[in-house]
Design a protein around this ligand. Structure first.
Ligand code: HEC
Length: 140
C-alpha cells in the first residue's frame, strides 16, 4: 500500500499536469524557512533589547549592592551576592528571578518595579552567566 501510494505520488510529480507542484513546493519551503529565520531574528533582537533595558535599570537601581567588581556569592547572613553569582546559581531561571523581585524582599529597597522591568532585569542578570566574574558587564 505504502509502495503504491508513493508511486502514485511520484507519478503526479513527474506527470505533465503535476509539474506545477514542484516549483510551488520549493517556494512554499523557502517561504517557511524565511519566516522561521525571520522570527528567530526578531526574537533575538527583542532579547538584546530587553537585556539592554535591564542593564540600564540595574546600573541605576541595583549596582551599588550587586555589581561590584569581583563580587561573588553571599558569604553569610546579611551579605549580598553579585549578579554574576546570582546568574550562575544552579537551577537559576528567569521565573526564579522575577519571583524574587515580585516578592519585594525586605532586605532590598522597594523599587516599585513593573512586570516589564522585572523581566528586563532578569534577562540582564541571566545574560551575565558567562561573564568574567570580575567584570559583570563585558563589552559595555
Ligand atoms: C541596598 C542593597 C540592595 C539593592 C539596591 C538591591 N538589592 Fe538585591 N539583594 C540585596 C540583598 C541584601 C540580597 C540578599 C538577600 C539574602 O538572600 O539574604 C539581595 C538579593 C538579590 C537577589 C538574589 C536572591 C537570591 O536568590 O539570593 C536578586 C535576584 C536581587 N537581589 C535582585 C536585585 C535587583 C534586580 C535590584 C535592583 C532593581 C536589587 N536587587 C537591588 C540587596 C540589594
Amino acid at each position: 500500500m505504502q509502495y503504491v501510494s508513493s508511486r502514485s505520488m511520484l507519478s503526479v510529480l513527474t506527470s505533465r499536469r503535476g509539474r506545477w507542484f514542484v516549483p510551488f513546493a520549493i517556494l512554499l519551503a523557502l517561504t517557511l524557512i524565511l519566516t522561521v529565520a525571520g522570527s528567530i531574528a526578531v526574537l533575538q533582537a527583542a532579547h538584546a533589547d530587553e537585556i539592554g533595558r535591564g542593564e540600564q535599570l540595574a546600573k541605576r537601581l541595583c549596582a551599588v549592592c550587586h555589581l561590584n567588581p569581583g563580587q561573588g556569592e553571599k558569604t553569610g547572613p546579611g551579605t549580598i551576592p553579585g549578579f554574576v553569582a546570582v546568574a550562575r546559581r544552579e537551577g537559576q531561571t528567569l521565573e526564579g528571578i522575577v519571583d524574587w523581585l515580585t516578592s519585594v524582599p525586605p532586605m532590598m529597597p522597594n523599587h516599585h518595579l513593573s512586570q516589564d522591568e522585572m523581566h528586563a532585569l532578569a534577562f540582564y542578570i541571566l545574560s551575565l552567566r558567562d561573564a568574567d566574574a570580575g567584570q559583570p558587564s563585558p563589552g559595555q
